[in-house]
Design a protein around this ligand. Sequence first.
Ligand code: SF4
Ligand code: SF4
Length: 464
Amino acid sequence: MEKIHTADGDVLMEVSPLIDFRSKNNIQSALQIVDTPLHAKNKHGQHKDKQVELSPIHDFSAKLRQPSIINTLKEYVRWQVKWRDAYIEGKSIEDILEQAPNHAPLSVNLDVTTACNYCCDHCVDMDILNTGIRYEHEQLKNSLSTLIDRGLRSVIIIGGGEPTVYPGFADIVKHLKARDIQIGVVTNGSRMDRIAEIADVLTKGDWVRLSLDSGDNETFRAMHKPVSKKVTLDWICSQIPDIKKINPDFQIGYSFIVVWRDCEANDTEIIDNTGEIIEAAQRAKQYEFDYISYKPFLTRAEENNAEVVNLTQEEQSIDNILKKIRTSVNKTKQLESEKFSVIESTNLRVLENGSYKDFIDQPSTCHMQYFRQVLSPLGVFNCPVYRHVPQALLGGKHEYEGEELFKETQKNTLRLIEAFDASNECRNVTCLYNHANWLIEDLIRHPEKLDALEVSEERHDYFL
Ligand code: SF4
Ligand code: SF4
């Protein structure tokens, strides 16, 4: 084991063989198959271009090809080509890091706090909740400013705790909106007063999504165990129409993670909510949510703590469960109107039609780490799937504060992109970035395709 240090001398991590920054695993495997027509077939013999199940919000390769973003993509690809050429000449990645483009991630997940006022059985962040690990508020704002100066376009303020209980929540949102950053907020719904406080600064394209996962008060309280007795599903939902009155421009969503029999997390069986799929949609429409979204339950894989779909049951049993979910979700579609939509996550659809196997076939190199990261009071991480996992750590919590730290964290990012073997680490993850990763890998292997790379329409959607 060897220690890797941050720019200001703190020990960032101890290097295990898995995460040796100087490992040549990725580049060797990339170079060995450099002549393979990558987009022809994956290792299952399926055509990768036929991954058609992606919904527009998950079509990351199209998002990266928007006119306002495509040059960032091209500059990254050109640097990777340079690095692979340098490797053939016997150089180390350290020799070429200074020539890397100077872009911040385009999109980050921001965990503003580790504090939470619920005790959900299914919480994947239970180990770090209410541990007192926190940001220094001004330093966090400075870090965000540095990232914005370097090209950050969107921020999803999300988990690891409940964002709205962070005292500086509204200030962070206002800080970001003053710089025209696109905002998404994922909340447990307990502090809708805090959402009301920021409602007037949110704009078209921004969204707030409430994790409610149930259709009645009893199930809601049993699943989420809010500390305060006044927090019920009725109470939360009743506040939505007033917030819509403040500002109808941004979207408010009702998120329903579908949990079926035998789903477990934290050694506890989670409540089966498949019987409340329809009731939840009726409720969402009644209370003026803009949409309801259904996603399958995720759990942590034992071997590397990655978030994965729970498929522990017999295939037959899973098939029956998915059929029941499908029937209910189809019924909710009848509730759709101009003002209300039903969104099925890509994860749910690919799980159902079996094509999720395409999404677990990752290239060795995960390039999306360059474009989208996680900022948390526990540090900067390479991917939402690995938030708080030591192998995925890129730097300390304030490691983007100022130009000098930014450069060091960016170098760590490029080193980790080289060292992190996604084809192994993410082999059980239904990764929605799979298609984008393969597209980028193909461009690096065939840089002559760069000039002809098709620009997609400008969607003004920068969430990655
Ligand atoms: S609300 Fe979110 S952070 Fe809080 S316990 Fe539940 S899942 Fe965990
Ligand atoms: S391959 Fe997918 S799951 Fe793995 S690190 Fe990259 S984006 Fe995350």
